[in-house]
Design a protein around this ligand. Structure first.
Ligand code: A2P
Length: 341
């Protein structure tokens, strides 16, 4: 098998730029690479591995001869181009939520459920950012049998794109100067505030973001409906990094020392947990680095056989770009691209 031709769709966006950088960091072995955007950024020059490339406007024919597309250009763009990519014999690793819950689309966290890649039919989805960091923490604990998973997220604005980052900056400056500011990305002021809404509300009173964490967790970990999962997702005035408070109830009794020991040896996880010395991870510890940091591991006071913990991660890396590129690496290692039947 030769090397794949790769395209990055949404290369000029916040996540697309990270994907480009990580393709280099993980030494993805490709034959050719191209960078695609909307007409707005087409023609932009970018330097990758010492070579200059021109970002191209995306059309269906952009995917002629492309084997693997790493996409982060929004749900409607993925919906428009995924059939064109598959029709041409390529595959798409998609960051949007467009296909995540479709039955024939594997939803994958590299290092957790790579085996699911084996049944892809041209589309593989990358989970929501809050789900992603949680999976690397939960998968090693699955052997104790989950009964209940309760998650509260504290999510940074970069999860909502470049415009949201700029809004937090501008709103903060205006607030400090005592000036009025009109919010566009968020329903409420984001500076010096905490907003208990991410995405729109569903009929059950939960938001779409909360339901994504619930449904995606069940799909990735192959959990039955007997396992009860609930999430409250909150936007906080932080630029980069998502934090989560997690309460778990297990079938079997497990000590906090055991959980600490297991997670210390788990792929993609770093435990910082010595509260006596004020050692626990904060959002800033996770900026621009790969691990999901875990701390505050303790016996739950609310659940029998329960454990409570705190985890933080860089939402643009493990929550989006890093996992996308890790999936690409697994697809290449497992020889799962180039299925042109
Ligand atoms: P562009 O820079 O031309 O707008 P972000 O989430 O940070 O806003 O980035 C979104 C990415 O998706 C950008 O690279 C953007 O390109 C790209 N994009 C948005 N709409 C389309 C589209 N219809 N076709 C191709 N790429 C798109």
């Amino acid at each position: 098998m030769s090397k794949p031709n790769i395209a990055i769709l949404g290369a000029t966006g916040v996540v697309g730029r990270e994907i480009t950088q990580i393709v280099d960091e993980l030494k993805i072995d490709f034959e050719s690479i191209k960078f695609l955007s909307s007409p707005k950024s087409a023609g932009t020059k970018l330097t990758f591995q010492g070579k200059e490339y021109t970002v191209e406007e995306t059309t269906p024919d952009s995917f002629n001869g492309v084997d693997i597309v790493l996409a982060s250009a929004g749900g409607s763009t993925s919906q428009k181009y995924a059939p064109e990519i598959v029709k041409r014999g390529g595959m798409i690793i998609d960051n949007s939520s467009a296909f995540r819950m479709e039955k024939d689309v594997p939803l994958v966290i590299a290092g957790v459920n790579d085996e699911d890649l084996k049944w892809h039919k041209g589309i593989v989805s990358n989970p929501n950012c809050s789900t992603s960091q949680l999976m690397l923490v939960l998968e090693p604990l699955k052997k104790f049998g989950f009964k209940r998973i309760v998650v509260s997220t504290y999510q940074s604005v970069s999860g909502a794109g470049l415009a949201a980052i700029n809004e937090l900056k501008a709103d903060t400056e205006a607030n400090l100067k005592g000036e009025k500011f009109e919010n566009k990305c968020f329903k409420k002021p984001i500076s010096f505030n905490v907003i208990p809404q991410i995405d729109v509300f569903c009929d059950n009173g939960y938001t779409k973001e909360e339901m994504k964490v619930t449904n995606e967790t069940r799909k990735i970990l192959h959990l039955s409906d007997d396992v009860k999962i609930a999430c409250t997702a909150v936007r906080v005035p932080v630029f980069r990094g998502h934090s989560e408070a997690v309460d778990l109830e297990f079938e079997k009794n497990v000590s906090s020392d055991e959980v600490r020991s297991i997670l210390s040896k788990s792929f993609g996880v770093k435990v910082i947990d010595n509260p006596d010395n004020f050692e626990y991870p904060t959002t800033r510890d996770a900026e621009y680095v790969d691990p999901v940091f875990v701390g505050r591991i303790r016996k739950s006071l609310a659940f029998d056989n329960g454990i409570a913990l705190w985890c933080v991660a860089d939402n643009l890396r493990i929550g989006a770009a890093l996992n996308t590129v890790r999936i690409c690496k697994s697809v290449i290692d497992m020889k799962l691209w180039g299925k042109r039947d």
